[in-house]
Every structure is written in structure tokens, then in C-alpha cells.
Design a protein around this ligand. Sequence first.
Ligand code: FAD
Length: 294
Amino acid sequence: MPKKPVNKQPLEPLQLFGSRTMPNRPKKCSPYDAEPAEKVLSWALQTYKVLVDLTKDLHSGVSMIELRQFSRTGEIQIPDWAIPLGASVTPTVTTFKSGFTLNVPLMDTTIYLEYLANRFIKAGGEIHGDVKFEKLEDVGPAFDLVINCAGIGARELVQDIDLEPHRGQVAIVPKIDNLCCAIVCDDPPLMYAIPRTNDCVCGGTNEVSDNLDADPTTTAHILDECSRVLKIENPPVLAERVGLRPFRKPGVRLERDRLRDGRTVIHNYGHGGSGFTLSWGCAEEVFALCGLLG
Ligand SMILES: Cc1cc2nc3c(=O)[nH]c(=O)nc-3n(C[C@H](O)[C@H](O)[C@H](O)COP(=O)(O)OP(=O)(O)OC[C@H]3O[C@@H](n4cnc5c(N)ncnc54)[C@H](O)[C@@H]3O)c2cc1C
């Protein structure tokens, strides 16, 4: 979504353009399905710090939660980055081989996205949710700088053939009794149960596909696996959600470029399954690139 950058002082009007939002995805703070490893880790750690600060604001929708990350196949390695953050081996539940536990910020997107939008508007920004550009040059001439955060939309917008839609489906269920930590296993079948303020998100899937329709059979498999792990009866489904992780094989594209009409564009897309996890780190780099413009 192209937008005018945040200037320091005074704040100029900012505008966000886009055509859809996906407010029901669960968010956890560990880089998943995003490249390149050395960059995503540093962006994730920067983001982690900002999110921990946001937990102090009760309206942000960000809170700390215990994440229990499990492996089905063997001894799970506690990643180096997680050790200073207090990760430790966790006793395994029968379904898994091993696991570790770590406190991470959880963004309850049903609250967090609205919080961010309000903050943006308060800072003088405008959001236009019903705009679809054919090309970046179509952004009005009043904007001398364009920031391209089009996610999977960048495939058409800037003809980026490296982008791949990694489709993910989740089921939203009522809050599950006694589940106060997030349970995650990235080994197939991908499984997670993430309690939020008013419900619980059960996942998940990851396949190369553009299909945004929810598949009821997939939902049934997700709930079977979550119920098996949590040792509960299958919960009722409140909603099914599908989204496309904007995976980019060579890695996140975060760089300055020039439009055909001479204006500057900063690309910031291709965050795969970690767009929230990397968000503040990438935003700081975008902001630094804006500063270089003089
Ligand atoms: C099931 C699932 C679970 C996930 N879990 C996590 C998680 O736990 N943690 C995490 O960090 N991430 C997670 N993700 C990934 C995360 O949702 C994405 O990485 C993130 O949404 C990407 O953000 P983005 O702003 O780059 O793209 P998007 O959220 O897709 O936003 C792109 C915006 O650009 C607009 N746009 C696109 N093309 C155009 C155009 N031509 N003209 C105008 N506007 C345009 C779109 O309308 C949209 O508003 C998950 C994703 C899925 C599907």
C-alpha cells in the first residue's frame, strides 16, 4: 500500500491506501516463513522491544503470553536469539517429542489493527481502504514519496515474480477453558492454538495457493488436531479465516528505488508468515531510508 512517509516535525497528512484487511490472524513473535535469516532476526528483535513497550498501553491489544513451541520429530533447538529472552526447555505433552517455552508479545489483531489505525489518524494520516492501483505511478502527484507495502499485491503492482502466496487457514473458536499459553508446532501438520482476549485461534495450514475460500474439510482437520493435542472435545467454530502470506523467495524486499516519473519509492513487502513479527524493525529501516532523502 503506497503511503506518504511519516515526517518528523511538523507532521504532514499521511495516507494509507488498500483494499482489504485481515483482522483475525493470530500473531506470535517468532520469524516464520520469511527470509533472509540474518535480516529477519534483527528486524524481529527490534520489533520485540517495541511490542514489549506497547504492552504497557492497555488499549494496544498487545500483551505478553507464554509461548510453548514443540517439535514432533526430535529434540527441538532453543534458538540462540531466544536464550537471552529467557527461553527454557518445557516438559513435553505426549503428542510431541520436545519443546521450549518463552514469553512473547501477542498482538490480538482484533484490537491491535484498530489501535494502529487510530494512532495513524491521530498523527494526521488518512486511510483510503477502497483504492486499487494498477501501477505505483498512479499514486497522485501530491505525493512526492511512495512507500510500497502491498504484500502479495506487489506481484501485480510491481510485477514481482518472486512473490509466492502461502495460503493459511485458521478457525476461530470460543475461549478454551484453562488454556492460558500459546501452543505451537511448526512441524507438519502445522498446529497452533492461541488464546486471545475474547476467543481462541486454531491453526493452521501453509500451502502455495491463491485460494481465499475457506475449506470446511481443512477446518475439521485443524480442529481435530488441536483437540487431540489439547485433549478437549472439538470446539464449535465461530469463524473460518483464510489469508495469503506474502512469501518472497530471495527475501523481504526493503529498498529504495525510483518510479518511472522520477519519484522515489521505498519497497517494503514480502514478509511471508512474519509481517507482524518484523513490522516495527522494518518500519524503522524504511524511516531511516526516508531520512537519507535529505
Ligand atoms: C493464517 C496466517 C497466520 C499468520 N500468522 C502470523 C503470525 O503469527 N505472526 C506474523 O508476524 N505474521 C503472521 N502472518 C503473516 C502476516 O499476516 C503477513 O506477513 C502480513 O499481513 C503482511 O503484511 P503486509 O502489510 O505486507 O501485507 P497485507 O497485510 O497483505 O497488506 C497489503 C495491503 O496492500 C493493499 N494493496 C495490495 N495491492 C494493492 C494495490 N494494487 N493498490 C492498492 N492497495 C494494494 C492491500 O489491499 C492490503 O491492504 C500470518 C498469515 C496468515 C495467513
